[in-house]
Design a protein around this ligand. Structure first.
Ligand SMILES: Nc1ncnc2c1ncn2[C@@H]1O[C@H](COP(=O)(O)OP(=O)(O)O)[C@@H](O)[C@H]1O
Ligand SMILES: [Mg+2]
Length: 263
């Protein structure tokens, strides 16, 4: 067994073409989703191989190069950004029929469903949860946070993560004009509507605030990983990013809607 890096230390393992990850109350739902993706011939996500007797889920290994912040090399390229947006669009389109099917009734998810339930949001579509071939994003993994919600909810977190609108020096990449231009490129490749673009910064703020609320709730419930996160002040970085988005909302939105004619 090989220890996979880039997520929770010592908990994610690979053996040949299979990955073993801790499962939770939401994992059966995720495996139904993965089965749907496979049936729909969406080949950029892991395939489900069920569960082992030690409480792990088993999924196929998604081939490709993996990255994390700071965004350096292929992951920082415009091709990576645009192909990430295209792949998210393709993924969302394929999940729309799952949300509408009876297979999706009464499923449990780690994050609360939000109305209107248009698609299954990945929930953490960030540069550290995709695989690349050269400069192209070709695979997605880590579906733990998937949940039914509107598309814009997922696009908001993806744009926040990929632009990235991060204020801490380790994670940031470029100044506000560069971040806004990358955000627009993501929206263009995804095909985000004009109406959604006008709402995107507010949705990013709500989405990041929801993450901070979730971290605090989980820490209060005794979840060790989130207790450690709060102790390391991770939530303060997110709150600083929210302030940054609030302060620059008009400038970012002007860039997002420029030359967008589907109003
Ligand atoms: N199905 C998979 N295919 C390929 N690599 C994977 C897969 N699942 C996880 N990994 C690798 O293991 C790392 C940690 O796994 P991840 O599921 O993202 O953990 P966490 O839930 O702790 O974020 C990822 O960054 C990736 O490199
Ligand atoms: Mg991960």
């Amino acid at each position: 067994m090989e220890d996979l890096k880039g997520g929770r230390e010592g908990l994610i393992h690979r053996s040949d073409d299979k990955v073993y990850r801790p499962s939770g109350f939401w994992s059966q739902s995720i495996h139904k989703l993965l089965l749907h993706l496979k049936n729909e011939k969406f080949n950029s996500a892991p395939k489900s191989f069920g569960f082992d007797s030690r409480g792990n889920e088993i999924v196929s290994y998604v081939s490709g190069d993996v990255y994390n912040y700071p965004l350096v090399g292929a992951i920082s390229s415009t091709e990576a950004l645009c192909s990430a947006a295209l792949l998210l669009r393709k993924y969302h389109d394929v999940t729309a029929s799952f949300v509408q099917s009876k297979n999706c009734n009464d499923l449990a998810w780690l994050l609360p469903a939000r109305e209107p339930q248009e698609v299954i949001c990945h929930g953490d579509y960030a540069p550290y949860n995709v695989a690349l071939s050269g400069n192209t994003v070709v695979g997605i993994f880590d579906f733990d946070t998937a949940h039914p919600a509107p598309r814009i909810w997922d696009v908001a977190y993806a744009v926040y993560s990929w632009s990235p609108f991060k204020t801490n020096p380790h994670d940031s990449l470029g100044d506000l004009p560069k971040q806004s231009a990358r955000a627009k490129q993501f929206c263009d490749s995804y095909g985000l509507s004009y109406a959604d673009r006008t709402q995107l910064v507010d949705t990013m703020i709500s989405r990041v605030q929801a993450l901070v609320d979730f971290m605090r709730d989980e820490a209060t419930k005794g979840n060790e990983a989130f207790i450690a996160n709060i102790k390391d002040s991770h939530h303060l970085a997110y709150l600083a990013d929210i302030e940054y988005l609030e302060r620059n909302k008009e400038q970012i939105t002007n860039c997002l809607v420029a030359n967008n004619h589907d109003a």
